[in-house]
Write a protein that binds this ligand. Structure first.
Ligand SMILES: Cc1cc2nc3c(=O)[nH]c(=O)nc-3n(C[C@H](O)[C@H](O)[C@H](O)COP(=O)(O)OP(=O)(O)OC[C@H]3O[C@@H](n4cnc5c(N)ncnc54)[C@H](O)[C@@H]3O)c2cc1C
Length: 393
């Protein structure tokens, strides 16, 4: 491992008044814990701090796509509750179609379980994990960073902002430009109110509303997760969108429990800067939510791997280029598809239903295909149509 000034220093609480780490990671969501795992495995001293007491929940559908699963730095099957093989697309609560994949498309977990598990894996790898520990008063200098961590002064060579959509690091580092924010609202319905057999291994996506997003039903161990997300302006309407979605399953909206909302930070490709010489942003803190799907865990794990690689190589400033190489072309395709979906959901529904297209959608979800442009045969004309609609939108 290369260093900045003669090697990574070790935290020694007995000989230092101010605690020092090679890397301070703020936030123990998927992005922070994955970064800490990679760094600790590479031999860095890492403090992973989260203001919440774990296990804690995070508003999320808890769907880890196959392509995200390939990026997780450890086996998460111990916290997987369902494996999804079926995909159902619905248009405005009326028309629908269903497709099946022999290989798993998505695995379903609950964030309170996944995040506690990943933080535990980071600690097992050698990181110091502190929950219930807020990071404040971040100061970034040319030679390192300092912060108050749970009331104590801490210094570090590098600061990783993994503090999510409402974090403090991006702002403190002046790296918070170029990010748009959507919103999403989700809650749970016990299986006693739904047909568990029908939905147990199915992810349902409902398009046509809200604008800038969609609704979903994801199966979990003892309940289904129901949610809606869209442009920030849809915020005040999300409860009504969710109620309409619940009624489409003959469920009384009042039966939805554990209702929670959160922001979806989506960067404009090329308009945001996720690193400086001492600070690196990963996951939602870098605005990496996919604009079409609203997923962010794939991007959280990819950015964690790339950020840790750049830190270990001794040059955090090479991280933005690596991130752009791995994420930009997919993000551009997602923005284009989102424009098409927003303006012409019925055309997109028709295109998605066309022969061959599920082969591409399934391939993208599983991670077998990296970009829709890789589509071949029958899938090409409907996907070209979506691209044309997007250009006009
Ligand atoms: C309703 C909804 C549904 C979603 N569904 C899916 C889905 O099914 N699949 C998917 O892939 N993505 C989904 N996403 C997106 C996904 O949840 C995020 O992209 C993902 O959580 C990003 O992980 P992260 O580690 O970057 O941030 P987070 O998971 O938000 O973690 C940030 C952490 O930082 C901590 N923190 C913040 N400030 C401080 C501070 N000052 N000091 C210490 N700690 C701090 C917080 O407590 C938190 O634990 C969904 C999002 C929403 C809103």
């Amino acid at each position: 491992m290369r260093s900045w000034s003669g090697g990574f220093s070790r935290w020694d609480v007995h000989t230092r008044e101010v605690l020092h780490f090679d890397v301070l990671v703020v936030g123990a969501g998927p992005a922070g814990s994955a970064t800490a795992i990679h760094l600790a495995r590479a031999g860095a001293s890492v403090l992973l701090a989260d203001r919440a007491r774990f296990p804690r929940d995070k508003p999320c559908g808890g769907g880890v796509t196959g392509r995200a699963l390939r990026q997780v730095p450890c086996d998460i099957m111990p916290v997987v509750e369902r494996v999804v093989h079926h995909f159902e697309l619905r248009l405005r609560h009326r028309r629908s179609f269903r497709r099946t994949s022999a290989e798993p498309l998505i695995v379903m977990t609950q964030r309170r379980r996944l995040d506690a598990y990943l933080a535990e894996q980071a600690a097992d790898a050698g990181a110091t994990f502190r929950d219930g520990t807020r990071v404040e008063h971040v100061e970034i200098g040319p030679d390192g960073v300092s912060a108050t961590v749970g009331g104590e002064s801490v210094t570090a060579d590098i600061l990783v902002g993994a503090d999510g959509a409402n974090g403090i690091v991006a702002k403190a580092a002046g790296l918070d430009e170029g990010i748009l924010r959507g919103v999403a609202l989700e809650g749970n319905i016990p299986w006693s109110l739904l047909d568990e057999e029908r939905y147990a291994s199915t992810a349902v996506i409902e398009i046509g509303a809200p604008s800038g997003g969609y609704g979903w039903l994801f199966p979990k161990g003892d309940h289904a997760n129901l949610g809606v997300g869209g442009w920030a302006e849809e915020g005040p309407n999300l409860r009504e969108h969710l109620a309409r979605l619940a009624r489409a399953y003959d469920v009384d909206p009042d039966a939805i429990i554990e209702l929670r909302g959160h922001r979806l930070p989506m960067r404009r490709v090329g308009a945001s800067t996720p690193a400086s010489s001492r600070v690196v942003l990963v996951g939602d803190a870098a605005g990496l939510v996919d604009p079409l799907s609203g997923d962010g865990m794939y991007e959280a794990f990819v950015s964690a791997r790339l950020a840790a690689g750049a830190i270990v190589a001794g040059d955090p400033t090479c991280y933005p280029t690596a991130l752009a190489r791995d994420l930009d072309s997919h993000a551009r395709a997602s923005w284009a598809a989102k424009r098409a979906l927003d303006r012409h959901p019925a055309v997109c529904f028709w295109a998605a239903r066309s022969p061959g297209v599920f082969g591409v959608v399934g391939g993208l979800l599983r991670g077998d295909i990296g970009h829709p442009d890789e589509a071949k045969g029958l899938a090409r004309p409907p996907l070209r149509l979506i691209a044309r609609v997007a250009r006009r939108a």
